[in-house]
Design a protein around this ligand. Structure first.
Ligand code: ATP
Length: 250
């Protein structure tokens, strides 16, 4: 059986003025997979996600659900079932948890799908902490709760592909574990996931397939379990002395 490919990025390049931040990247996410892109600060991870989503202009082709987009448009990508949880979470801090979630279903609602109450129950089942605090202002939440809300809001759109930009950033280890447990649970429920992370150890544990991005280029790829055993990855990203900022040789 041939696995269905949800996202197929071909030769994607993104420049800021004269500086190319993402160079000729090609990657795939198959249906029901967690695919991770690991790499140090400034490697181009956020830039890549922004271009795929249509928030930045790019060169190359983004194939999503069998449709090729030469210049993706963010509204269209959301309508087609792509959703991004940005690194900065971008919540409405003066609004309650519940209202932030309702906004996540806005486009679905506009397309006539009036099932947000049921979806919200599903999100609350996944994140009981959000349910307990449903009337609390988003701006008063802890870092972990904000991340849960950002993921919950994305889920309100019932995405086929969820793209997560460094969900572990700034969170305590116990909360990171909780967030990654939820990522695995989402996969179990059939959501395909593109996970961008500096926390290579956590990402490689949950992912099916992994890519290493450094200075805008994909350097290594393979099944996540193989990369976790690769001496180059261990030395640069996983070893005792491995700091995230270290790079692969060369
Ligand atoms: P981080 O984990 O720090 O967010 P990243 O891998 O997501 O890193 P990007 O944020 O995509 O990396 O940045 C890639 C490169 O593009 C960096 O050299 C950065 O300085 C540059 N860059 C990012 N945003 C802009 C911008 N708006 N204008 C100019 N250069 C930018």
């Amino acid at each position: 059986m041939i696995d269905k490919i949800v996202l197929d990025i071909k030769n994607l390049s993104v420049s800021y003025g004269d500086v190319e931040a993402v160079s000729n990247i090609s990657l795939q996410v198959k249906e029901g997979q967690i695919v991770t892109v690991i790499g140090p600060n400034g490697a181009g991870k956020t830039t890549m996600l922004s271009a795929v989503m249509g928030l930045l202009s790019s060169k190359g082709v983004v194939n999503f659900e069998g449709v090729a987009y030469l210049s993706p448009d963010v509204e269209e990508m959301v309508a087609q079932g792509m959703n991004l949880v940005p690194e900065k979470r971008e919540l409405f801090s003066e609004m309650s948890i519940e209202d932030n979630l309702i906004l996540g279903a806005f486009q679905r609602h506009r397309m006539g799908r009036r099932d947000s109450a049921k979806t919200m129950d599903e999100v609350f089942a996944l994140f009981p902490r959000l349910k307990e605090r449903r009337n609390q202002m988003a701006g008063t939440l802890s870092g972990g709760e904000r991340q849960m809300l950002a993921v919950g809001r994305a889920l309100m759109a019932k995405p086929k592909l969820l793209m997560l930009d460094e969900p572990s950033l700034g969170l305590a280890p116990l909360i990171v574990r909780e967030i990654f447990r939820i990522i695995v649970e989402l996969k179990r429920r059939g959501v395909s996931i593109l996970l961008v992370e500096q926390n290579a150890r956590a990402a490689l544990q949950v992912a099916d397939y992994a890519y290493v991005l450094e200075t805008g280029e994909l350097k290594i790829e393979g099944p996540a379990s193989e990369l976790a055993d690769d001496p180059r990855i261990i030395a640069a990203y996983l070893g005792l002395g491995g700091k995230h900022q270290d790079k692969l040789a060369g």
